[in-house]
Design a protein around this ligand. Structure first.
Ligand code: MF3
Ligand code: CO
Length: 259
């Protein structure tokens, strides 16, 4: 069942998502060669708590950390570790959420570190734009399949693989609510999009094939062919005036300067 939110609920979700987005702005300067992914996790957790929210990934199906940090061929759900050190040339996906006054925020970005080849830089930009293509389709009167299709067409027409094993989702009082939002599918099918739906759209693309493998840790998803992967996510509300992106920082312009 897709839960419709009131205006007041959407404003609480915006606060949760704003804390998430502000955390990314805060973390941005630390994503440099030499830092461990564990240290990034600690910085994220303390920032979230200082802002009156709590981590929502920690403990979710037993996930052990505040943030997911997935590097290069890792797609999602990388577990922070003292031993994993960021190095020049990495592309680092940060996926983060928090719970604020009973509502969940959730977003993800991918950050290039130091010298990254121009084709990988273009891939990051294309993944970001595939998310924007999906958001553009999140309009009253469209159907869920229109979002999925928009992301898929954007990505596949540029030669990328669309990961199928992980999907976007409704969000609200639960981190994952109905509906599931695949990044591939046919237009014109699925539930009609209505005012007050709140969803997280999160394309995960690869520079190769879309098949995935989960590592021995039981969490980290990697591309089966070890091709580079990228992930961006926004949480948004569907309104009669179009999609309203909730996961933006205090100064929304910062988002587009940084990510
Ligand atoms: N960030 C994921 C999502 O976007 C959820 C994280 S799963 C967790 O849906 F177990 F790591 F929390
Ligand atoms: Co999500």
């Amino acid at each position: 069942m897709i839960i419709i939110k009131s205006k007041q609920e959407i404003e609480l979700m915006r606060k949760a998502d704003r804390i998430v987005a502000n955390t990314f702005i805060y973390l941005r300067e630390y994503i440099k060669p030499g830092i461990s992914t564990k240290k990034i996790d600690e910085l994220a957790e303390s920032f979230i708590r200082k802002n009156g929210a709590v981590p929502n990934f920690k403990g979710y199906y037993g996930y052990p950390a505040t943030i997911c940090i997935s590097i290069n061929e890792e797609i999602v759900h990388g577990i922070p570790s003292k031993k994993r050190i960021i190095k020049d040339g990495d592309i680092v996906s940060l996926d983060l959420g928090c719970l604020y006054k009973g509502y969940h925020g959730d977003a993800a970005v991918t950050i290039p570190v130091g010298n990254v080849s121009s084709d990988v830089m273009q891939f990051i930009k294309d993944t970001k734009n595939s998310l924007l293509a999906g958001i553009e389709a999140a309009r009253v009167g469209n159907r869920l399949g229109d979002i999925s299709h928009a992301v898929q067409v954007y990505a596949e027409s540029r030669g990328y693989g669309v990961i199928r094993d992980f999907v976007g989702h409704g969000i609200g009082r639960d981190l994952h609510e109905d509906p599931e939002i695949p990044n591939f599918g046919k237009p014109g099918i699925g539930p009609r999009l209505r005012e007050g739906m709140t969803i997280a759209i999160e394309p995960m693309l690869s520079m190769g094939d879309y098949h995935t493998i989960t590592l021995q840790d039981g969490w980290t998803a990697v591309t089966a062919d070890h091709s580079i992967a990228c992930h961006f996510e926004h949480s948004l509300a569907i309104t009669k005036n179009g999609p309203d992106i909730l996961s933006l920082p205090d100064n929304p312009d910062d988002w587009y300067d940084y990510f």
